[in-house]
Structure formats: C-alpha cells, structure tokens
Design a protein around this ligand. Structure first.
Ligand SMILES: NC(=O)c1ccc[n+]([C@@H]2O[C@H](COP(=O)([O-])OP(=O)(O)OC[C@H]3O[C@@H](n4cnc5c(N)ncnc54)[C@H](OP(=O)(O)O)[C@@H]3O)[C@@H](O)[C@H]2O)c1
Length: 286
C-alpha cells in the first residue's frame, strides 16, 4: 500500500487526503495547530499537528512515505510568513523525505501576464510581488529535487467562493476599466489531479497547471450570479480591494494536465456554481 503525507490538511488537503485514502493509499495528514488536527479526529487516517517550518518538529514525526504533498497555506500573510511556510517548509520536507516524490501546490498567481493572453507551463512566470517571488523560489527548489509543481488556480468549492461571497455581501463592484479573467479550479478537481499525478508516476521535474476549462471575465461571473439569483448587477465602481495596478490578467491553460487524462468534473464557473457551490452557500435574502 503506497503511503502519502498531506502536509497542510486544510480545504484542499482534506479532500485530497480523503481521495487518496479511498483509492487505497495509507494517508497521514498534518496541520499547524492541534485544534485543526483535533477537528479531523473522525477521519479514517491519522492527523497530527506538525509545523513543517520547524526542522526538529518534522524530524520528530518523520516516517517513511512514498509521496508528500506540501499544501500548507499561509492564508495571506507577509513575506516572512511566505518564506517560512513555503520555502523553509518545502526545504524541510525535501530534506527529511528524500526518498519520496514531493508535490508542491503553488499558484497560477506566478504568471504576471497582463493582457488576457493564454499561458501554459512554458510561459514566463515572473511575478512582480515579493510573495510571488518566494513561490517561484520554492518551485525551483522542489523541481531541483526532482519534485512536481502543481500551480493551482483560485480554489473554490463547497462553502468557498471569494466571488460569491463578495457578490452576496454586496461588496462586489464592476470596474469596466479593470475587468480581468478569473481562473478557478474546484476543490474536488484539484484533489483528482493530484491523485492522477502521483498514481501515473509522471515524469518528475514537471509543472502542471490545475485550472478549469474556461477562464471567465469577472464581470461575466457577476452577471451570471445576478441572473441566477435574480439580483441586480453590482454597481459600477473601483475595486474595493484597490488592487488594480500590477494585477495580472491572463487565461491559464490546463491542456498539459488534460493530456495526462485529467477531466474536470466542474469545467466551468456555471457548472461549479450550479452543481456544487450555490447549494452549499447560505445567501442572505434568499
Ligand atoms: N486560496 C487559493 O485560491 C489558492 C490559489 C492557488 C494556490 N493555493 C495554494 O493551495 C494550497 C492549499 O490551500 P488551502 O486553501 O487548502 O489552504 P487552507 O484551507 O488554508 O489550509 C491550510 C492548511 O495548512 C496548514 N498549515 C499552515 N501552516 C502550516 C505549517 N507551518 N505546518 C503544517 N501545516 C500548516 C493549516 O493548518 P491549521 O489549520 O492548523 O492552520 C491547514 O491545515 C496552499 O498551498 C495555497 O497556497 C491557494
């Protein structure tokens, strides 16, 4: 029975751990806090609080694994936290599990293209922000140790959609000057892609984008939600986040992953919303 460590058993990590377990893998999940580990105590696999950025802590909990997925998240945070969780965390996992295939869940945010062009794994990945540069540094570290980099698009799924949250809370605005493509991936499609990558024993030192089939303009997402929920369109105005300049605008291709045989269960925004996300959300006033 192959053994896998899910280092960062959060939103994506849990779904991934469940899927590997169902597929017959022996699974262990790590979280940062004891509270999060305790919340997972009903899982059919062990979950332990281990800080991947703490070399001694990792060493104390090290066992033999065939594969390790680094999907711990800083949940935002500053440069120091990025360095700690992504770069130091990956370094510790690579050092301690040098016999395992390591997968790092990076982000499609590393593509800084601004003109709505399609990007593939071959395209330049030159993020402007310091946090993005740390993700790239971590990617290079993992690739240099024959690992796999999975670049995840914006994660959504049951109980999670940043766009739907903004729309339903009334915080959304449509900004025609700064409309841009949104690239997203459903949680369960990400888990399926990770299982495929590690079951197929794909060539190491590879990068794969994990994203649905249809990048969609943010204004179209809001238009779709307005029609579906019978609500007015969000007002025209500047983005509340103020993140305009230097924001990327690109369409991320999943062709490389699809060539391996991965097919998203939720290939588009509308299919994910209708089939999974809207039924899981409490929408005020509905
Ligand atoms: N959010 C997005 O749309 C997006 C887009 C692209 C890529 N990603 C990447 O996708 C991955 C998964 O994200 P997610 O949304 O599933 O994350 P999440 O729900 O926030 O879960 C993160 C998990 O990592 C654990 N963790 C954090 N720091 C840790 C540490 N130092 N040592 C061990 N575990 C640690 C957390 O434990 P606690 O609960 O105890 O804190 C939690 O279990 C991350 O690598 C993220 O950067 C996210």
């Amino acid at each position: 029975m192959p053994r896998i460590l899910i280092a960062g058993c959060g939103y994506v990590g849990q779904a991934t751990a469940d899927l590997f377990h169902d597929a017959g893998w022996e699974v262990e999940g790590w979280t940062a806090s004891a509270e999060s580990a305790a919340k997972l105590s009903d899982k059919r696999y062990p979950t332990v609080a281990v800080d991947i950025a703490d070399t001694d802590h990792v060493a104390a909990h090290a066992k033999s694994f065939d594969a390790v997925i680094h999907c711990a998240s800083t949940r935002g945070g500053d440069v120091a936290l990025y360095r700690r969780v992504y770069l130091t965390g990956a370094g510790n996992l690579l050092e301690r599990f040098d016999q395992a295939t390591i997968v790092f869940t990076s982000s499609t945010s590393v593509y800084a293209q601004e003109n709505g062009e399609w990007v593939t794994e071959e395209s330049a990945a030159a993020p402007q922000h310091e946090t993005g540069k740390i993700l790239r540094e971590t990617e290079e570290l993992v690739l240099s140790h024959s690992g796999i980099v999975a670049r995840l698009a914006g994660i959504y799924g049951p109980g999670r959609s940043a766009l739907l949250k903004r729309f339903s809370s009334g915080e959304a605005t449509i900004d025609p000057q700064n409309d841009h493509f949104v690239n997203q991936a459903h949680r369960d499609d990400i888990a399926a892609a990770l299982l495929l990558l590690l079951s197929r024993r794909v060539d190491a030192v590879q990068i794969y984008n994990i994203v649905d089939d249809e990048p969609i303009l943010q204004s179209e997402c809001y238009g779709w939600l307005a029609a579906k929920l019978n609500r007015p369109l969000p007002p025209v105005g500047g983005s509340a986040s103020g993140r305009k300049r230097g924001r990327s605008n690109k369409r991320v291709s999943n062709a490389k992953l699809r060539r391996l045989g991965w097919t998203p269960g939720y290939p588009s925004f509308s299919e994910a919303m209708q089939g999974s996300i809207l039924p899981s959300f409490e929408i005020p006033g509905t």
